[in-house]
Design a protein around this ligand. Sequence first.
Ligand SMILES: Cc1ncc(COP(=O)(O)O)c(C=O)c1O
Length: 409
Amino acid sequence: MSWISEKAQSELTRVRDAQAKKIYPYFRPFESGGLHTTIAGKPIVNFSSNDYLGLTTHPKVKEAAKGVIDQFACGLSSSRVQATATLHVELENRLAAWFGFEKSLIFTTGYQAMVGTIMSLADKDTTVVLDNLSHACILDGTFLAAGTPMRAPEVRFFNHNSAKALDRVLRKRDRKNALVLIEGIYSLDGDEAKIQEFIEVCAQHENVAIVCDDAHGTGTLGAGGRGIIEKYGLEGQIPVVISTFSKTLGGIGGILLGEADVVDFIKHTARSFLFSASLPVPIVAAASAILDMLEADGEALVSELHEKAAYMRKGLIDIGLDLGESNTHIMPVMIRDDIKAMMTHVGLLENGVLMVPIMYPAVKEGEERLRLNVTRGHSYEDMDMALDLLRTFASSFSLVGEPAISAAT
Ligand SMILES: Cc1ncc(COP(=O)(O)O)c(C=O)c1O
């Protein structure tokens, strides 16, 4: 047996154990797309999806993808350098205009958009400054940049969502330029970035630029769904925004937004853009159809999401469940115990509701939770069903803590 097999076997102990007990919760195959699907023939309402406006399976989106398949098929067989379609360019122009930036660039995934952007922008004159709960694409982009010979930037972390901690790090940095990496909404905790405080702190230092990954804010924040910048009126204050087609925009694909020169610089240097195949055109057409709907009805779509999120939040709080730091439509149910999180997940699934458990090492031990995202595509009946089940499990698995005894009693 090679060392590779030995390593794989020893690293897989937890996974194999859970699979043997038939409680392994990941990679369950869906038998159709959408929020309402089946797993092993059983109807399921998916509450762990990022299809925030419920438009991924809209008939117009499917028609748009079908409409270009004869012309472009499912791939252009190379990277964008020699495999750009007219539809890529049209959508880039529309995205730039809709988000309110000079230029945009479509990557093949949001992950690649962030990795490529960090690697292009961060060099030996840069301190990369990042939140200690950053998404993997931010961490990986930073670590790749830090490992690049002759170009390695300095890397500094700040405490999650703390402008004070960011200020401390900016004061102590070694390099001339600082690249501050934040997210509009942190997806594991469902909390918005304190972006106005970050902008204020950054303005007090020389040569600081913010890159905001608004993957979860696109379609959910701001009256028209343009994200955290629209919500707080921050136009012109964040030089680079990254987003994705893999949540509100119905497919897969990354979006880079910025000034024309910045986007063109990244377009000509980002290795994750230059050395990976271009986004299939049916997916470009699908995202374009969703952008049509956002342009026509964005405000109504976003406000329906917010009404549903408010309904679910009230129901969860009435049960007494702990939603951690969440202040958005992403409402993790904090179970804070791995066995109870697993039991609740299995109990929900047996009854037709999918909430995927998030466990160590994705989160710290004691912070185990169920991923619960409310989307516009959920009905009030879906939410009531999930709430009824959670109420039952909250009592049978003791998910709700004892009410605090006041000092007076
Ligand atoms: C904050 C954040 N950034 C980037 C990504 C990656 O996006 P994509 O799925 O397009 O690669 C995700 C997806 O999970 C995310 O949550």
